[in-house]
Design a binder for this molecule. Structure first.
Ligand SMILES: [Fe+2]
Length: 304
């Protein structure tokens, strides 16, 4: 963490950022998995009845619960405007993609008990799985870079302003957003113009005109938006927008193009959630392939 305005421990309930992703995996188990990591090699489980679904909120770790409480309390419309103004000038650093990967790798938090991979190894593992499945080169590159926005943590941002399922601010919160009750502490609750179905937006205005809660998706989108195909940009910008891509909410703010492009966000999601394993990628061996792939799309240095 940086000095100065570093978040206090009270602002950092998670031992590591993967605790949030582990919670997502519990909430959205991999099809064909039995919920504790081992695969049954079945696309769906025909035996699973609705009453067998776990109560994810009740079962969440206290740290995860506290993380969502802070996120839902503090992600207000005004907060998002302030962060956009602060970060989207992209005036903090000039770095190559690989330098940003190495910078993210300096993010040292409590080790994840499920995997002992570094941030850089996580990125390579996601990209390698996409490559293994025969997807196009831009898709592989997207897997490699999709979480680089987490460097916000290294700029001193609290966990709840870097990760977490994203949602629109300035309009009513979908009741499909996990831990919805914590919005009771959000000051936007007392702003009637933020509490209607469309809020400050117009019906069908398009997600490009909607401000989501602030985090690593939106930040990275602005860093890379001039260099990747639109499908990749949707994956990057909306990969944490679970209320939309997993719950089907907020269609009324989308254009037809948004709805069509969410196919790609959904195609990407399994690689984001389910590729973590104990198998360490060989960074030195993989580096030349990925350096070449990065150079195919990006200039040497980008503004962060
Ligand atoms: Fe992410």
């Amino acid at each position: 963490m940086t000095t100065g305005d570093s978040p206090t421990d009270a602002q950092a309930p998670l031992g590591n950022l993967e605790e949030w992703e582990d919670f997502l995996k519990t909430r959205y188990p991999e099809p064909g998995s039995n919920g504790n990591g081992s695969k049954t090699f079945q696309a769906i489980d025909p035996e699973k009845k609705p009453e067998q679904f776990r109560n994810y909120e009740a079962d969440a770790r206290p740290s995860v619960r506290e993380f969502y409480r802070l996120n839902h309390r503090h992600q207000t419309y005004d907060f998002v405007q302030a962060k956009r103004k602060d970060f989207l000038s992209l005036s903090r650093r000039r770095m190559s993609i690989w330098e940003a990967m190495e910078f993210l790798n300096t993010l040292v938090d409590d080790s994840d008990p499920d995997t002992d991979l570094s941030q850089l190894e996580h990125l390579l593992q996601t990209a390698e799985q996409i490559r293994h499945d025969g997807h196009p080169r831009w898709f592989i590159l997207t897997g490699l870079i999709h979480d680089l926005g987490k460097i916000l943590c290294l700029f001193g941002e609290p966990q709840w302003a870097v990760v977490g399922d994203t949602f629109p601010v300035g309009c009513a919160w979908s009741d499909k957003i996990v831990f919805h009750q914590f919005f009771g502490e959000n000051p936007d609750r007392s702003e009637p113009h933020y509490q209607t179905r469309t809020g400050v937006y117009a019906e069908g205005c398009g997600l490009n005109n909607v401000n989501l809660s602030w985090g690593h998706d939106e930040y990275l989108y602005h860093v890379v938006k001039d260099y990747l195909p639109p499908e990749a940009l949707y994956m990057i910008r909306y990969h944490s927008f679970y209320p939309a891509h997993r719950e089907g909410e907020y269609q009324h703010l989308m254009t037809e193009q948004d709805k069509a492009m969410f196919k790609w966000v959904r195609d990407f999601n399994p690689y984001d959630l389910y590729t973590k394993s104990h198998q360490k990628p060989d960074v030195a061996k993989l580096r030349p392939f990925y350096q070449e792939l990065i150079a195919e799309y990006f200039p040497e240095k980008l503004s962060w």
